[in-house]
Design a protein around this ligand. Structure first.
Ligand SMILES: [Ca+2]
Ligand SMILES: [Ca+2]
Ligand SMILES: [Ca+2]
Length: 344
């Protein structure tokens, strides 16, 4: 291996099926050669240790002790190492672009309040995220180990396994215990995540009930169990049970639901209404045909709305057209979809 003149800074290994206290010793040139680092662990996960003296060109020997399987391993050198920091989507097209940090505030008012799980921090494995396999299994959006899947015209993190985690640098503008809403989908009966701020738990394990399908998203509403403090902090989401697709989370009070605000603010929404309800209503504002689907994606029919209609008009229109009580997915003339419930 060529460690270069600057040398390798750290060694990381993803270990599975750890049955007792185990270790990986990194030695140079021969099986009993110089020790440059030793990773010790007694549980599954990513273990990272600093290296000393891993400079220049050497044969490298890993000496395993204990009982475990090594999933993958890597060396990080000081030159290519990137510090953890916020991900800025606009930079993908323009390196000079600037992004504001997502806002954790008292009120959900617009797009700034939505933390999209696929926009996890840069900095790489072990710093900004931990993913159990080396490939992006969804193949979308970012070239990393995190598994990203399509979700409508956006993205979500998929193929999540217990123990995986993701981090987000955020701007906390309101202190105290804050309500939040988290958008997820899972074909499992039950799954879960836990939230942390600067590695301190801010919620208990959130029990997320399955939504039936991995592409049917619903939201979980909760409140942090710990008081947040203002300033720049790092939010972490830890998967506590296998297979939950994670779309976004938003903190703060909302009129109605964050989901309505989200559906009203994504896409080509004109900045007409300031309030949350106004933004959700933007979904039904354009005149034209609104196509109606069931949750499995089968088209059931369509209705027409006049310009300036509201969500209430949309629901009334569905009723008038003979759609019974239930949950429908409606696609507006601009191609945006909204899941909504029609009552009795
Ligand atoms: Ca992966
Ligand atoms: Ca994964
Ligand atoms: Ca998303």
């Amino acid at each position: 291996m060529e460690f270069g003149d600057a040398g390798a800074e750290s060694f990381s290994a993803s270990v599975l099926s750890v049955k007792k206290a185990s270790s990986i010793t990194v030695r140079l040139d021969k099986v009993d050669g110089e020790i440059v680092g030793k990773a010790e662990f007694s549980a599954d996960g990513l273990v990272t240790v600093p290296l000393t003296g891993a400079v220049g060109k050497h044969d490298v020997f890993f000496v395993f002790a204990g009982d475990f399987e090594a999933d993958y391993w890597e060396f990080e050198d000081s030159k290519t190492s990137i510090p953890q920091g916020p991900f800025c989507k606009a930079k993908l097209g323009d390196p000079e672009a600037k992004c504001d940090l997502p806002v954790v505030g008292a009120k959900i008012e617009g797009t700034a309040n939505f933390i999209d799980f696929e926009n996890y921090d840069v900095g790489g494995a072990g710093k900004a995220y931990y993913d159990m396999d080396t490939k992006n299994q969804g193949g979308e959006y970012r070239e990393d180990r995190v598994d990203i899947v399509k979700n409508g015209d956006g993205f979500a993190v998929g193929y999540t396994q217990k123990g995986e985690w993701l981090e987000y640098t955020v701007n906390v503008q309101a202190g105290g215990k804050l309500p939040f809403e988290l958008s997820y989908a899972s074909g499992m009966d039950n799954t879960g995540v836990q939230l942390f701020m600067d590695d301190e738990p801010i919620t208990d394990t959130l029990a997320l009930t399955g939504t039936g399908e991995f592409d049917t998203y619903g939201t979980f509403k909760g409140t942090t169990t710990k008081e947040l403090t203002k300033g720049e902090h790092v939010l972490k989401v830890m998967v506590t049970s296998d297979y939950v697709n994670l779309d976004w989370i938003a903190f703060g009070e909302s009129e109605g639901s964050a989901e309505d605000i989200r559906n009203g603010t994504t896409g080509i929404v004109p900045k007409i209404a300031a309030g949350a309800a106004g933004m959700a209503n933007a979904f039904a504002r354009a005149a034209g045909s609104y196509r109606v689907f069931d949750l499995m994606g089968s088209e059931l029919g369509n209705i027409r709305l006049n310009a300036g209609a509201t969500l209430t008009d949309l629901k009334a229109g569905l009723k008038t057209a003979g759609f019974g009580s239930g949950v429908y997915v409606v696609r507006n003339p601009a191609g945006k979809t909204l899941k909504l419930q029609v009552g009795e």
